[in-house]
Design a protein around this ligand. Structure first.
Ligand SMILES: Cc1ncc(COP(=O)(O)O)c(C=O)c1O
Length: 413
C-alpha cells in the first residue's frame, strides 16, 4: 500500500449535456460541488453569518415554517454555509443526504437520539473513541438503551451478539490507536439481513481513503474536527446516508440544537477542497514513517494497516485506498514502570512533534495513549484492549519526512 489507490469513482458521463458534477471525479467534486452563489457572483463561497432570514411576506413565512416552500428560516436548522458543507460532504461520501452538527460527539448523540428508543440495543466494539464509550455507557444506558461490546475484527461475534432488540451496529475503522479494522462487507451484510442500521465513524480515513457507503453500510459519521478540517482550527461533525435516515437525525438537530455554526461550516467547506491532496500526503508520510519505524532497534512492533506485517493488511487493501495517518508502535523491553518511563522520555524528547491529544492536523502529533486518551479506563481494561505502557501513537502530519525521522531518531536514541 505504498501507493495510494484513487478513491472509487463513478462511471464517466456518456451524455455531454449531463450536469458535469454529477459524474465528476472525487477531486472535481471536492472543489466544485455544494457551491451556491449569491447575487454578487462571488467566486469563493460567501459566509452567511446570520442567525435568521427575512421573508417577503407573512404567507412566505408560514410556508417556509411549515415546509410548504423550500428555503432558509433560522440557522439552527437552515443556513446556506452549513448546507453547502453538507452537500459537498454528501457528494464525496456518495451519500444521498448529509446533516452537519457542532462536533463529532454531537453527531453520535444525534444518531442515537434520532434512531433509538428505550429497549433498543447497540452492538459495537470496545475499540472506540473514549467519549463514544462514555456516551453509550453513561448516557444511552441511562435512557434504557442496551450496549453490547464485541471484537471489532470478528464478524461472527457481531452476528452472535444480535438479539431481537438490536437496532444499531456502530463501528470505527481503523480503530484508535491500534489500527484494527472492521470488515465492512461482512459486518454490513450481517446487519442488512437482519434489518439492523450500520453506522461507521470514518474520521480517521475520510472519504478520500475509505467510502463506507460503497459497502452494505447505512450511515457514515464524522468528527470533521479531524482530517476534514485538517488544520486544527474548528470543531464539527456530520452524518451522511439515505435521506430517510438522515431526516430522522436532522429532526434531532432542528429540535435539540447541536447545530454546526455557519463560520465552522464555511471553514470546513473550504477544507474539503484540499482533502484529497492532504490525505495523500498524510498517507505517504505515515506509510514511509511506519516502514522506517519497523527498522528501529528501540521499537518492537508497529501498528499500521499499510504494512505487510499488519494482520489485516489484505482487508485494508480491499476496503481502504491507503493506511491513513495514524501509526502506533511499542517500545522494546522492561516492566510496566520501565516502559512508561521510556515512553514518557520519548514524548519529552521530541522537538518537532507536538505533544497533544488531538489528531488530524498538518502538524505531526505524538501521544502516550495509556496515560492520556485511555488514561481514565482501568489498567485491566486498558491491557485487555492492547494499550500497554510502552505504546506510542503518532498522527503523522505534512512536514518533510526526513525531519520527522530525524526528530524521532534523536528522541529514540
Ligand atoms: C474516532 C473519533 N470519533 C469521534 C470523535 C469526537 O469528535 P469531536 O471531538 O469533534 O466531538 C473523535 C475525537 O477525537 C474521534 O477520534
Amino acid at each position: 500500500m505504498a501507493r495510494v489507490n484513487p478513491p472509487k469513482e463513478p462511471a464517466r458521463p456518456t451524455d455531454p449535456a449531463a450536469d458535469p458534477l454529477e459524474q465528476a471525479g472525487f477531486s472535481t467534486r471536492a472543489v466544485r460541488s455544494g457551491t451556491h452563489r449569491s447575487d454578487y457572483g462571488e467566486h469563493s463561497e460567501a459566509l452567511f453569518l446570520t442567525s435568521s432570514f427575512v421573508f417577503d411576506d407573512a404567507q412566505q413565512a408560514a410556508d417556509r415554517f411549515q415546509n410548504r416552500e423550500a428555503g432558509v428560516v433560522y440557522s439552527r436548522f437552515t443556513n446556506p454555509s452549513v448546507q453547502m458543507f453538507e452537500e459537498r460532504l454528501a457528494s464525496l461520501e456518495g451519500a444521498e443526504d448529509c446533516v452537519a452538527t457542532a462536533s463529532g460527539m454531537s453527531a453520535i448523540l444525534s444518531v442515537c437520539l434520532g434512531l433509538l428508543k428505550a429497549g433498543d440495543q447497540i452492538v459495537t466494539s470496545a475499540s472506540l473513541f473514549g467519549a463514544t464509550i462514555q456516551l453509550f455507557d453513561n448516557f444511552m444506558q441511562k435512557f434504557g438503551v442496551g450496549v453490547q461490546y464485541v471484537s471489532l475484527t470478528d464478524p461472527a461475534a457481531w452476528q452472535a451478539a444480535m438479539t431481537p432488540q438490536t437496532r444499531l451496529f456502530y463501528l470505527e475503522t481503523p480503530s484508535n490507536p491500534l489500527t484494527e479494522l472492521a470488515d465492512l462487507q461482512a459486518i454490513g451484510q450481517i446487519a442488512r439481513q437482519a434489518g439492523v442500521i450500520t453506522v461507521v465513524d470514518n474520521c480517521f480515513l475520510t472519504p478520500a481513503l475509505q467510502q463506507p457507503l460503497a459497502f452494505p453500510i447505512d450511515l457514515v459519521l464524522h468528527s470533521a474536527t479531524k482530517y476534514i478540517d485538517g488544520q486544527g482550527r474548528v470543531l464539527g461533525g456530520a452524518v451522511a446516508g439515505p435521506k430517510a435516515l438522515v431526516d430522522q437525525i436532522r429532526q434531532v438537530v432542528r429540535t435539540c440544537g447541536p447545530s454546526m455554526s455557519p463560520f465552522n461550516a464555511w471553514v470546513l467547506h473550504k477544507s474539503l477542497e484540499t482533502l484529497s491532496v492532504r490525505m495523500q500526503a498524510h498517507n505517504a508520510n505515515a506509510q514511509a514513517l511506519a516502514e522506517w519505524l519497523e527498522d528501529q532497534p528501540a521499537v518492537s512492533r508497529v501498528y499500521y494497516p499499510g504494512l505487510a506485517s499488519h494482520p489485516q493488511h489484505a482487508l485494508a487493501q480491499r476496503q481502504q485506498s491507503g493506511g491513513g495517518a495514524v501509526v502506533a508502535f511499542e517500545l522494546k523491553g522492561g516492566d510496566s514502570v520501565e516502559l512508561t518511563q521510556k515512553a514518557f522520555a520519548l514524548v519529552d524528547r521530541v522537538r518537532l512533534f507536538s505533544r497533544t491529544g488531538n489528531l488530524g492536523d498538518t502538524r505531526s502529533i505524538i501521544t502516550h495513549p495509556a496515560s492520556t486518551t485511555h488514561g481514565r479506563i482501568s489498567e485491566e481494561a486498558r491491557l485487555r484492549a492492547g494499550i500497554g505502557p510502552g505504546l506510542v501513537r503518532l498522527a503523522v502530519g505534512l512536514e518533510d519526512l526526513r525531519d520527522l525521522q530525524l526528530d524521532l531518531s534523536q528522541a529514540l536514541s
